[in-house]
Design a protein around this ligand. Structure first.
Ligand SMILES: [Ca+2]
Length: 354
């Protein structure tokens, strides 16, 4: 018998091993693809979940702010407005921008607009002194004031350090409005001001100003920076602030202790809050703040109040003076005032069978 010629084929077990290797590689590749796809899907789901949670938080914050707004406006319309604030005695809501705990973890602060610098009606000197209080050098403060005036005045005549249409065109900015500012945020549209990022951070100029139609200045509700804009003596402002903790200050206190500017016929010193309030709602969890100006119009046929303007604060501004406060130190809104029956005006007595 002839011996079997050696096979030219490769041994069968080698082929099987090759196939086995191929299957193994294929399995590993499939597993790797499945892992990558799963990781991608997991990542996407997580991102969507985070987004949904953020949306949820935001909606909750918005609803809580709306509830707080309803509560605060109700108080403004029904409580007496006194030199102490809204209401009286222990249940007063102060209107000097101090924060209170509102509904569901949100904060709210009320600021009497008479305690702010009115950007549309303040004198140049007052705006310059406010800028100085915020750390702006005198020369620059004077230039910024000129540019603000040129932005709002109707003509196209440029002040000494001002800017009118031509300067805006050269800087590729929208032209000056030649009309009043609608909100303090409009300051960012003013030539020169648009580069002053520091002025617009938390505790910047926006916090101390209003553009609502207000009359009068109230030294009882003005922050230190605004008092400095209205008074000649910095030390005197400190004395006034200390006195204010004890009792409401009078016009005489303001004039004598802080060398305060006397009021004018159209802008008198009035130590009681006016009918316009700036309200700030802050949701610490969502790091979100909205600010608006509300004017009480109890005699208007259009409605008992109107919103003069409203805007959302930028992240860098979303801390309405509350940085120094620990959340636990922020008091809740005082309880609502309820007039006892014996204090009810006699006019209403017949309605209640008395
Ligand atoms: Ca102008």
């Amino acid at each position: 018998m002839r011996p079997k010629p050696p096979s030219t084929r490769r041994p069968r077990h080698g082929r099987r091993a090759d196939q086995g290797g191929f299957v193994l590689a294929l399995t590993l590749l499939t597993l790797a693809i499945i892992t990558v796809v799963l990781a991608y899907l997991f990542d996407r789901t997580q991102a969507e979940l985070r987004l949904a949670q953020a949306r949820n938080e935001r909606t909750d914050a918005w609803l809580a702010m709306q509830d707080t707004q309803a509560e605060v406006i109700y108080r403004l319309l029904t409580n007496p407005i006194t030199a102490q604030g809204v209401g009286n005695g222990a249940d007063v809501i102060k209107v000097d921008d101090r924060p209170y705990r509102g509904v569901r973890g949100t904060h709210v602060s009320l600021q009497d607009a008479r305690g702010l610098v009115n950007l549309n009606t303040a004198t140049d000197a007052r705006i310059q002194r406010l800028l100085a209080a915020l750390g702006v050098e005198p020369l620059q403060a004077s230039a910024l004031t000129d540019r603000l005036r040129d932005f709002t005045d109707e003509d196209d005549l440029r002040r000494l350090s001002g800017a009118e249409r031509r300067e805006y065109e050269e800087a590729k900015l929208p032209p000056p409005r030649n009309g009043p500012l609608v909100t303090p945020q409009d300051l960012r549209l003013v030539y020169g001001w648009h580069r002053q990022d520091k002025l617009f951070d938390a505790g910047g100029i926006e916090r101390f100003t209003t553009t609502a139609r207000t009359i009068g200045f109230n030294p009882n509700t003005a922050p230190a920076e605004v008092l400095q804009a209205h008074a000649a003596s910095r030390e005197g402002v400190g004395v006034l602030l200390a006195l204010r903790k004890e009792r409401p200050v009078s016009e005489l206190d303001f004039m004598t202790l802080a060398a305060g500017e006397p009021g004018t016929l159209f802008n008198p010193v009035i130590v009681i809050p006016g009918e316009t309030f700036r309200i700030t709602h802050y949701a610490p969890k969502a790091r979100w703040a909205v600010r608006y100006s509300v004017t009480l119009t109890p005699r208007s046929a259009a409605g008992p109040w109107r919103i003069d303007y409203a805007y959302r604060l930028a992240q860098s501004q979303a801390d309405p003076g509350a940085a120094a406060f620990d959340d636990r130190n922020i008091p809740a809104l005082p309880r609502r005032l309820s007039a006892p029956a014996e204090e009810m005006p006699d006019l209403l007595a017949p309605l209640f069978g008395r």
